[in-house]
Design a protein around this ligand. Sequence first.
Ligand code: KG4
Ligand code: ZN
Length: 321
Amino acid sequence: MSNIIATQKIHEQYGGVVPELASRAHIEKIVSVVDAAIKQSGYSLAELDAIAFTQAPGLIGALLVGAQYAKSLALALDKPLIAVHHMQAHVLANLLQDPAPSFPFLCLTVSGGHTQIVHCVSPTEMKIIGQTIDDAAGEAFDKTAKILGLPYPGGPLIDKYAKDGKAIYKFSEPKIDGLDFSFSGLKTSILYFLNNAGASNVYKVEYTATAEERQKFIDENLANICASVQERIISILLNKLKKAVLQTGITRVCIAGGVSANSGLRQSLKDIGEKNGWQTYIPPLEFCTDNAGMIAITAYYKYLANDFVGMDITPSANGSF
Ligand code: KG4
Ligand code: ZN
């Protein structure tokens, strides 16, 4: 009925999210965001069936603000309280589209903090069958952007510049067994590649480029560098997804999380699906990056399953499902 998103611009100048500033911004904005959401929905607070909030994982300060506000609201309105797992919610954002995938399906969840292949049996039953052993896909985008001198979060900017470039630089794909991912090696090879001004992406103790040559190379080749990095991140993700489909025999495939907003990933998943006879599902952009709609749809299924929590519930920075 409504999906209000408050973006925090304050972090851009720091090159990443500053936890203390994030908590403070949550305190400042939560009342007006809830008010706006209620107004847009056309319902009153009294008409709601339950109050849901994100319980884990995330920055503990931000989670505490949401949990405390949700508890207060539930107590004041005498409504049941529902705790939602952020990563489970990213997956279930796929159920907000029409047609929605039927179960079972596989979901590649790619965000700023997570990279997972999830085997979903039902809205309340899902299992992680592959995940990153170091950086998340979103981090690979953001850290590359930082190396290139672009502001945070760099993912959307790399996507934008990649559209005008060609993937002419070949960064190697990590050799990780099974369905797990690794992105830290890619970041390092991009760094060496730039420190040698594109002469080589092989590790060299002595850099061949001066700071000026490095910057000149970036300025003149930004679009091609972005296209090359993006293509490699996408191929790492989709090769593992292909493996997961073969392993499970499940051909209904979804994507979720902030990186699923990437235009290259969206197109490549569509292409690979058509080629291999998969049924692919890609959420609308507003349900890819963090949003309230995904928390609400997850809460809806928990409500149907009578899965409520008491006032003693506490948020958790980690916590898996
Ligand atoms: O799911 P999300 O909004 O927040 C987390 O739960 O982390 O994901 C944020 C991540 C950031 O790393 C951001 O750079 C990335 O999603 N992202 C993108 C794009 N839009 C957001 N990465 C690549 N291309 C995009 N278009
Ligand atoms: Zn997220």
